[in-house]
Design a protein around this ligand. Sequence first.
Ligand code: FAD
Length: 452
Amino acid sequence: STAVVWFRRDLRVHDQPMFLAAKERATKALALFVLDPTLLEPAGPRRTAFLFRCLRALDDDLGGRLLVVKGDPADVVPRIAQAVGADSVHVAGDFGPYGRQRDEAVEKALGDVEFVRTGSPYLTLPGSITKSDGDPYKVFTPFSREWTKRVADAAPAVTDAGTLSWMDPGEKDGGPRAVRVPDDPAVDAELPAAGEKAARENWEAFVDEHLTDYDDMRNRPDRPGTSRMSMHLKYGTVHPRTLLADARGTGTGAASFRNELCFRDFYAHVLWWYPRSARENFDPKFDRIPLDTGKAAEERFRAWQEGRTGFPAVDAAMRQLQGEAWMHNRMRMTVASFLVKDLHLPWWWGARHFLNLLVDGDLASNQHGWQWSAGSGTDAAPYFRVFNPVTQGERFDPQGDYVRRWVPELAGIEGKKVHQPWKLDQPPTDYPAPMVDHKAERLEALDRFNRL
Ligand code: FAD
């Protein structure tokens, strides 16, 4: 008998529980990826190119046997299952708002062919952790206590490309015409290496060099102290189980790293329970905060996007996003706070810009990261906590290396003076003065909030 193994956000051959489920039912398997326009269009060129590179790497690992087809999955998947005479279609569960809907449609269209969901891209199935009364957790810390118990025994599944006997996709005409992985769209950023091997190498180097000190160094954008595994987790070229297995133990670095993996799960749970929080304030009280819109606001938004706010740490971060398709977490919080509390703009403007440019852009982590910064999310930063963009720079980029790296206009200024170029006797002429008075805008933000 034959199974279809439909890859989605799990572009790897190791630690693949769905392979084991397929092996229980079938002797041969067809490896399938569907290029779904609904997901591809909003992904933008950076994530699309990264995805295509992951697919080519996966195809190599499968001996050139990955079938890549364009179309609506509810149409494509059943046609291919029928063409190869499959009795079952295997996936890892998708828990995002679109993925859930799509999978229900595919399952219905498959009729008698079994649709088998095994696991998910997370350490715990979104929706599966609740308070004792069945209500979802809205606060991270109690969620994380329960999560820690649940993942205590989580271990990678033992699989590789040889776990299943893969069909040559050319053996049968698969209905809709098969396409190879298309050429990459043009990309104006330096993307990280893609695919399972690259993910594993990146992870091993992090474990060797940085995991022990992760807790001390994770807030330093000037140092290579974080794992940069977010894009690999996004496309599932590694599963967080594999990371967790290496980050067991009592060291503070490992404990802090586990906490971040828990955050990733938490936001997927929140999105599962409250799909509307991808678009709307989680806390509806924030619907009444007056925000700036219109022409002047759009001008200010553009200055933020292009990294010419006149605040060096903010500008460095926005240019890192432009140049690397990634931004350090500390700086994501800093620029988000600046957009919402210094410029009084809607958080979803910033969230959309991030999703356009981030190679790790992910609905659950991004929208909830933004809502945390805006104060409107689950156990969000209290609204009155306003990040000072200068202090953030001075604390977390103490020698100014991060700013000098990303803002060439300031490259000649030594040490931490780079964070306040306007205080120099001769400020650089090609770098803007601060676009707002942070002290005044902080009070303005608090005033808008207090009027609620
Ligand atoms: P590490 O510090 O090495 O952390 C390890 C892993 O834990 C990450 O790869 C990530 O999967 C997870 N993680 C870490 N911090 C968080 C967090 N705060 N929330 C959820 N998961 C976390 N992360 C994304 O993956 N995609 C996004 O689109 C995204 N948008 C964000 C937007 C804002 C405004 C903020 C404040 C945070 C956002 N994050 C997002 C979370 C976090 O900034 C990134 O996951 C992290 O910077 C990725 O770098 P890293 O892999 O080196 O992280």
